[in-house]
Design a protein around this ligand. Structure first.
Ligand SMILES: Cc1cc2nc3c(=O)[nH]c(=O)nc-3n(C[C@H](O)[C@H](O)[C@H](O)COP(=O)(O)OP(=O)(O)OC[C@H]3O[C@@H](n4cnc5c(N)ncnc54)[C@H](O)[C@@H]3O)c2cc1C
Ligand SMILES: O=C(O)CCC(=O)C(=O)O
Length: 338
């Protein structure tokens, strides 16, 4: 029997997670990833990689809980295994603090470890803040995790190809299923005008004595210790396409982070990075059918638009995308290619 040919467009954390899920779970499929950029040049590579999320307006909460929990459990298992160093996935403990309180209990509070409210005594450390939550989550460093996923994908028989896709109709002539994980690229690839950039600038900081994360609940200031450096952030500039480092943003990040954690004093900046989050009101994880010029119909599964939470939700949405591929193949077995 001819194997079913699946192509995944995009090799950020969403594309590679999706490609691995399909290659490992559908052995009758041959899976190819085609991507303009690979690690270390994707947006995912620069992300702090902390597992954390805010709620999307248009997705049922039950589905968002599943995405978070499946991703968390997948990465927690790696963090607690002998693979953690090679995969770049570690446990990370710390707190989120709020200038006004009490803050709502986040929907994922029961999925992370040891979620609790900070006591008055603990809050004395944060004179600008009134309320705090402490928990242990996972930090998934994509600069290490993506090469690890690429290896896992190749071991499952997958193929990686460099290339920019500009016409999905053209791909449909060669493949039986197309999976679109192009992130912000979906704006032009499928003409999704709901996609917009949310610019984020961060600093890599050398301060190995800083061990616990601190995040301001407003989402603009965070300190995330990692394997080799501490990530200091950030900015969330909607509609801003600039990829160059802004010196004003740098000063602002340093000032806010030093104020939130004076223990950073004595450390030094060792890197700077800007990335464009694939902004959308809610991610798009759904299937449509693409008609080719020869009259075939090819399932087109979309999995993009994760905004600031792509690392957090990648595995969960990849499993949904796998489900959509499986269901499409069952309902409409591929028509023979000419
Ligand atoms: C400063 C910053 C910090 C962040 N921190 C976190 C964090 O702590 N936790 C978290 O969960 N998220 C974080 N994020 C968000 C996270 O980076 C994104 O949600 C995530 O990277 C999106 O992954 P993706 O695979 O969809 O997109 P990308 O990583 O952008 O990958 C898209 C892929 O598609 C390819 N592509 C696009 N168009 C085409 C085309 N036409 N043809 C071929 N290939 C194409 C690209 O080359 C690329 O390989 C952060 C983002 C920023 C900017
Ligand atoms: O918001 C955070 O705390 C984590 C970093 C992040 O997800 C982002 O900057 O997009």
């Amino acid at each position: 029997m001819q194997s079913v040919k699946v192509v995944v467009v995009g090799s950020g954390v969403v594309g590679l997670s999706t490609a691995v899920c399909i290659a490992e779970n559908l052995p009758h499929c041959s899976v190819t990833v085609i991507s303009e950029r690979f690690s270390p040049d994707t947006t995912s590579d620069g992300a702090a990689g902390i597992l954390f999320a805010s709620q999307f307006p248009d997705i049922p909460l039950e589905r968002q809980c599943r995405w978070f929990k499946e991703s968390f459990d997948h990465l927690l298992a790696i963090a607690q295994s002998s693979e953690c160093g090679e995969a770049g996935v570690i446990l990370s403990s710390g707190c989120q603090v709020f200038k006004e309180g009490p803050a709502e209990r986040p929907f994922w509070a029961d999925y992370v470890l040891g979620f609790c409210i900070l006591s008055e005594r603990e809050m004395k450390r944060f004179p600008d803040h009134k309320f705090g939550q402490a928990f242990t989550t996972v930090k998934c460093e994509c600069i290490t995790y993506l090469p690890w996923l690429e290896k896992r994908f190749r071991n499952a028989g997958g193929e990686l190809q460099h290339g920019k896709v500009s016409d999905l109709q053209h791909l449909a002539e060669t493949y039986d299923v197309i999976v679109n994980c192009s992130g912000l690229g979906a704006r032009s690839l499928v003409g999704d005008a709901k996609m917009y950039p949310i610019r984020g600038q961060i600093l890599k900081f050398h301060a190995p004595w800083v061990k616990n994360f601190i995040r301001d609940g407003d989402g603009h200031t965070y300190i995330y210790p990692g394997v080799n450096s501490v990530t200091l952030g950030g900015t969330r500039q909607a509609g801003d396409w600039r990829l160059d480092v802004d010196t004003g943003d740098r000063e602002g990040i340093l000032e806010r982070c030093f104020r939130m954690d004076p223990a950073l004093h004595g450390g030094q900046v060792v890197g700077e990075w800007v990335g464009l989050r694939p902004g959308r009101e809610s991610p798009r994880v759904e299937v449509e059918r693409l008609k080719t010029a020869e009259g075939r119909e090819v399932p087109l599964v979309h999995n993009y638009g994760h905004g600031g939470w792509g690392v957090t939700l990648a595995w969960g949405t990849a499993l949904d995308a796998l489900g959509l591929v499986r269901q499409s193949l069952q309902q409409h077995p591929p028509m023979a290619r000419l």
